[in-house]
Design a protein around this ligand. Structure first.
Ligand code: PLP
Length: 359
C-alpha cells in the first residue's frame, strides 16, 4: 500500500504530542494543562448530559455553545464555529485554504503542529525566524502567502503581541491571518484579537477550552471570523464534530467565567514565583504571558536536565532541535509542584557544577 500513499504523507514525520504518562504520581509540567479542575457547573452539566440523551446525535452546529460564546465575546453567532479542539479548527482552516504548492507563513519557533498541517496539504511553509525579543519579525508583514499564522501568546516563548500589532499585520498580509489565542486568558491584559474580527474580513481568531477553562480532556475549540469564512469552514468539518458531553461542558464553562478567572489569577501568581526562581538559578526566562515559561540555560543541550528531572518524577517539555535544545518549557503547575521543580533543578545544577545567580 506504500506505493499508493501520497508522497508528502510518506515523507511526513508526524506531530509528536507531549507525553501523557500512565504513571499517576508524576509532577506533570509538560503539556500546558491547567493544574486546577473545571468549574463544578461543568461537571454538573456533563452528568446531566450522561443521564439524558446519549443515544441521540449531538447538535451538528453547536448552536447553544456558539450563541453563548458570541454573547461573551461580543460578536454574532454567525461569527463563531466550534471545533474538536482548536487543533481540529487549524486542520479545517488548512483544508479550506491550502492546496498543493500553496504557501503558509509563520514565525518560528512556534507551535510545531502548523508545519505538520501544511505538509499534509502538500503546501509550503514559509518560516520567518523570530529575533531574540520575539516581536513580530518584519518580513511577516510583507507576506503574499495564502495564510499567515501568528500564535499569540506564542508557544514556546510565552511572549505577547498587542492587538494594535495584530491589526497592523491583518492590514498588511495578502491572504488570511489566523491568530491562535490558545493561551490569551493567561495574559495580564485582556486584549484579544476577537475585537478585530468585525473590522478585518481576512482575520480568524482561534480559542481553546483546553487551557484556561481546564477542559483539555473534552476537546473543544472556537473559531471567530467573518460570516463568509465561518460558512466555508462549516462545509469542511465532520457532521458531528463535537460529542454531546463536550458541548455541554463547554457551554457550562462559559456560564462560569469567574471560576476560570480565579484559576488564571492563581496561575499568574505561581508564574511570577517560577520566573523568579528560574532566573535565580541562572536561566534566561522570557516574561511569559501564558501558562508556561521558556527557560534557556547556556548554549548546549540540556537533555541531561530533562532526564534528571524525569528520574525525580517531574516532566517538563524538551524540544530536541538545534535551536531549542538548550531550553525547557515548564507548565505553571500548583505552587508545591513548582517548588519541587525549582528544588530538584537546583540540585541537578549543583551536581553538574553549574553556579547559580546570587538572588
Ligand atoms: C498554540 C497552541 N494552539 C493550539 C493548541 C491545541 O489546543 P486544543 O487542545 O484546543 O486542540 C495547543 C495545544 O497545546 C497550542 O499549544
Amino acid at each position: 500500500m506504500q506505493s499508493i500513499l501520497r508522497k508528502n504523507i510518506d515523507d511526513l514525520e508526524g506531530y509528536t504530542p507531549g507525553e501523557q504518562p500512565k504513571q499517576p504520581d508524576l509532577i506533570k509540567l509538560n503539556t500546558n494543562e491547567n493544574p486546577y479542575p473545571p468549574s463544578p457547573k461543568v461537571l454538573a452539566a456533563v452528568r446531566r448530559e450522561i443521564s439524558s440523551s446519549l443515544r441521540l446525535y449531538p447538535d451538528p452546529v453547536a448552536l447553544e455553545l456558539c450563541k453563548r460564546a458570541a454573547a461573551l465575546y461580543n460578536v454574532g453567532p454567525e461569527n463563531v464555529m466550534a471545533g474538536n479542539g482548536s487543533d481540529e479548527l487549524l486542520s479545517i482552516l488548512m483544508r479550506c485554504y491550502v492546496g498543493e504548492g500553496d504557501s503558509v507563513a509563520y514565525p518560528v519557533p512556534t507551535y510545531s503542529l502548523y508545519e505538520t498541517l501544511v505538509a499534509i496539504q502538500g503546501g509550503e511553509s514559509v518560516i520567518v525566524p523570530y529575533a531574540d525579543n520575539f516581536t513580530i519579525p518584519s518580513p511577516l508583514f510583507f507576506q503574499s502567502s495564502k495564510v499567515t499564522i501568528l500564535c499569540n501568546p506564542n508557544a514556546p516563548s510565552g511572549t505577547l503581541e498587542p492587538v494594535s500589532e495584530i491589526a497592523r499585520l491583518a492590514r498588511s498580509v495578502a491572504g488570511l491571518l489566523v491568530v491562535d489565542e490558545a493561551y490569551i486568558d493567561f495574559a495580564d491584559s485582556d486584549e484579544s484579537a476577537i475585537a478585530l474580527v468585525k473590522r478585518f474580513p481576512n482575520l480568524v481568531v482561534l480559542r481553546t477550552f483546553s487551557k484556561a477553562f481546564s477542559l483539555a480532556g473534552m476537546r473543544v475549540g472556537l473559531a471567530f471570523g467573518g460570516k463568509d469564512i465561518i460558512r466555508s469552514l462549516m462545509k469542511v468539518k465532520d457532521s458531528y464534530n463535537l460529542c454531546r458531553l463536550s458541548l455541554a461542558a463547554a457551554a457550562a464553562a462559559l456560564e462560569d467565567v469567574e471560576w476560570m478567572q480565579r484559576n488564571v489569577a492563581r496561575i499568574q501568581r505561581t508564574r511570577r514565583t517560577l520566573v523568579r526562581g528560574l532566573r535565580r538559578l541562572g536561566f534566561d526566562v522570557h516574561a511569559s504571558q501564558a501558562n508556561f515559561v521558556m527557560a534557556r540555560l547556556g548554549r548546549d543541550s540540556i537533555r541531561w536536565l530533562h532526564e534528571g528531572l524525569r528520574r525525580k518524577g517531574i516532566l517538563v517539555r524538551f524540544f530536541d532541535t538545534p535551536e531549542l535544545c538548550n531550553m525547557m518549557r515548564v507548565t505553571v503547575g500548583k505552587p508545591r509542584e513548582i517548588q519541587a521543580l525549582l528544588r530538584e533543578t537546583a540540585a541537578l545544577l549543583r551536581g553538574r557544577g553549574v553556579t547559580q545567580r546570587a538572588s
